[in-house]
Design a protein around this ligand. Structure first.
Ligand code: NAP
Length: 304
């Protein structure tokens, strides 16, 4: 693979940035990669494990002369970071981000992007419950979707960023930012909230002891605990910044839950069976699309 960007700057050095670095190295698509994280501790770890070619002591220093700048911080930190780097961005550079909510990031970052610099927001639909500079791995984005929400950004800059994500292993789609936020509220944000709630319920239930929860942890609950172990800062920011869509989906969720509650109370087995039959087909669709790495046939599906 040939080098696509001579200089790439990663701002924030957690799961997503470190995975991106290793995936860039695997693909050979970046010249020098600079990195910055706010804490000395993270920067020291990055130097120790060889994460980035050069670790800088400020975000502005990391971005000086960069052709591609990737903001990999929690959504609530995007505004301040964009402000900090805005003075050093070179003409023709592309700024992108990996935030899980798009409208709020566009509103926060957009105003700080100077004339002649291209802002192409993005979101890789890939992650784990791990965080920090040691948690990344080159395969994270393989066969996962990355959504770009360019909203009138320069076509060449967008096309190049698309090729960059494809070189990292992703499938790329483009979407309107508001639509992205609604889709993600359904497929990721609300499910996370439900997982947090279910684990919280188990924790609150004093008639079931902690040891029983751990010992008899069946697949459903175990999956919830994995999701509910996700980074608290990141998820706080997701809900605070995708308020409307999450509340809309939560409202619908509550209605469906009440209907199921009534069916159980009334012994309406037909309602339950029909409902579960419908949801089962959605699961099959996800596996057929190759979007579940835990499924036995993962990897055998062609890229969509
Ligand atoms: P992470 O592993 O927790 O790393 C976050 C990084 O941001 C760390 O380097 C941290 O610095 C820095 N940071 C935290 N708060 C900051 C602040 N207030 N100001 C400046 N820097 C700050 O996070 P991640 O999972 O890589 O997530 C990064 C972004 O990717 C988020 O916007 C998230 O929405 C998005 N995303 C996450 C996932 C996922 O599953 N994890 C998936 C897709 C997209 P220190 O280490 O120095 O504290």
């Amino acid at each position: 693979m040939t080098v696509m960007y001579d200089r790439v700057a990663l701002i924030g050095l957690g799961l997503i940035a470190s995975s991106m670095f290793w995936a860039m190295k695997r693909a050979g698509i970046a010249g020098e990669v600079t990195g910055y994280a706010r804490s000395d501790e993270t920067r020291d770890v990055a130097r120790e494990i060889g994460l980035c070619d050069r670790i800088c002591d400020s975000a502005a220093e990391a971005c000086e002369g960069a052709d591609l700048i990737v903001l990999c911080v929690p959504i609530g930190a995007m505004d301040a970071v964009a402000l900090e780097i805005s003075g050093v961005l070179k003409k023709g550079a592309v700024v992108t981000d990996v935030g899980s909510v798009k409208r709020a990031v566009i509103d926060a970052v957009g105003p700080h992007i100077p004339e002649g610099v291209h802002f192409v927001p993005g979101h890789p639909l890939a992650g784990t419950e791990q965080s920090g500079p040691r948690s990344g791995f080159a395969e994270l984005f393989d066969n996962r979707w990355c959504v770009l929400t360019p909203e009138g950004a320069d076509a060449d800059a967008t096309a190049k960023l698309r090729s960059y994500w494809e070189a990292l292993g992703s499938n790329v789609d483009e979407m309107d930012a508001d639509h992205h936020d609604l889709v993600l509220a359904v497929t990721s944000h609300t499910p996370h909230l439900i997982a947090y709630t279910m684990v919280g319920v188990a924790d609150d239930l004093s008639r079931v002891t902690d040891t029983e929860v751990v010992k008899f942890s069946a697949a459903g609950f175990r999956d919830f605990t994995r999701i509910a172990a996700s980074d608290p800062t990141m998820w706080r920011d997701v809900f605070l910044n995708n308020k409307e869509a999450t509340l809309e989906i939560l409202g619908r969720f509550t209605e469906e839950l009440f209907a199921l509650q009534r069916a159980i109370r009334q012994g309406d087995g037909e309602h339950l069976h029909d409902y579960f039959t419908r949801t089962r087909s959605i699961r099959r669709g996800i596996i057929e699309a190759g979007q579940d790495t835990d499924a036995p046939n993962f990897g055998r599906n062609p890229k969509p």
